[in-house]
Design a protein around this ligand. Structure first.
Ligand SMILES: [Zn+2]
Length: 312
């Protein structure tokens, strides 16, 4: 797959294309305000506030059409240096840009203009929007501003951009093939696992074929561990909250754990890790330094409270 993050030229091209996307969105939705447009593993995206409007699948071709127009028009991308005061004045009506500017160190700030569109950015960019013409918008989603679920949901649009048409087409072909290997599709078709709303979101049930795969994998792992001198143990999926207070999980990791269950005078929690149980097991007898290393292994279920969508 293409290395959008580490290939410097591809990175600059994709980031520049994110600005073309923003410019096109501004033409079509004059109320649009822009947060950030970084390059990520799968290409680029831009987070956009469209007021009350949301992006639908039908909107992407319209935005692509406007982007094509901008690329064809071929404006130069011009870098400007401004002071923090000037930047605050220039973007005074845009709370997102003000937030970004206020987070910057004092000193020179750069903005980039292409035709009728100016954006705050540290760059770098390609020289002209003409170079961004081999792009495709891939998908859209909602994204909380700054990733905080108490904040407003922005519209995130993803795309990819390549130096040549051939490279773009080859990449889109790979994406198509990846869809065919999507585990959610294969899981169903091959009888590996299933989900059911009545059981619960994100709770997979392994079907016979899937359990066979799981058994072969766990046999393989346990045999390897035996060869390496591990001894296998089994510990409960629950633990007293006191255990995780002692291990430090409670102080540092509580938000990623399921809430505790209050029972009698004690509180129990689904374990996020199995090592605290193993530490207690180790500590239950005396060990000479000659016994070390002590190798304990377990194929266990651990439980993490993850945001909806994190599983996919
Ligand atoms: Zn930029």
């Amino acid at each position: 797959m293409s290395d959008f993050l580490n290939d410097k030229d591809l990175n600059t091209l994709n980031h520049s294309c994110a600005h073309v996307l923003a410019q096109a969105v501004k033409h079509l939705y004059p109320q649009a305000k822009f947060w950030v447009g970084p390059v990520v593993e799968e290409g680029f995206y831009y987070d956009i506030d469209l007021g009350d409007q949301t992006i639908s699948d039908d909107d992407l071709p319209k935005i692509e059409k406007e982007m094509k127009k901008i690329c064809k028009d071929g404006k130069r991308i011009v870098r400007h240096e401004v002071s923090k005061e000037e930047a605050l004045e220039e973007f005074k009506d845009d709370e997102y840009k003000l937030d970004l500017i206020n987070g910057l160190e004092d000193g020179t700030i750069t903005t980039y203009s292409q035709g009728d569109f100016t954006d705050l950015c540290r760059g770098p960019h390609v020289e002209t929007v003409k170079l961004c013409k081999n792009f495709k918008l891939i998908k859209h989603s909602g994204a909380y501003w700054k990733g905080d679920k108490n904040n407003k949901v922005l519209q995130r649009i993803y795309g990819v951009c390549f130096p040549t048409k051939e490279e773009l087409e080859a990449h889109l072909q790979l994406l198509e093939e990846a869809k065919e290997r999507d585990h959610r599709r294969l899981g169903k078709e091959l009888g590996i696992f299933m989900f059911a709303d009545i059981v619960g979101k994100g709770l997979p049930m392994w079907l016979p074929n899937g359990f066979t795969v799981r058994r072969l994998l766990s046999d393989y792992i346990m045999n390897k561990e035996l060869e390496l001198g591990y001894e296998h143990v089994m510990t409960p999926s629950l633990g007293n909250v006191k255990l995780y207070k002692k291990s430090g999980h409670w102080a540092h990791y509580k938000d990623d754990m399921f809430p505790a269950m209050e029972l009698d005078d004690e509180a129990y929690v689904l374990r996020p890790m199995n090592c605290p149980h193993h530490m207690v097991m180790y500590k239950s007898t005396l060990h000479s330094y000659r016994d070390l290393p002590v190798r304990i292994a377990e194929i266990a279920n651990d439980f993490r409270f993850e945001a909806s969508g994190a599983l996919t």
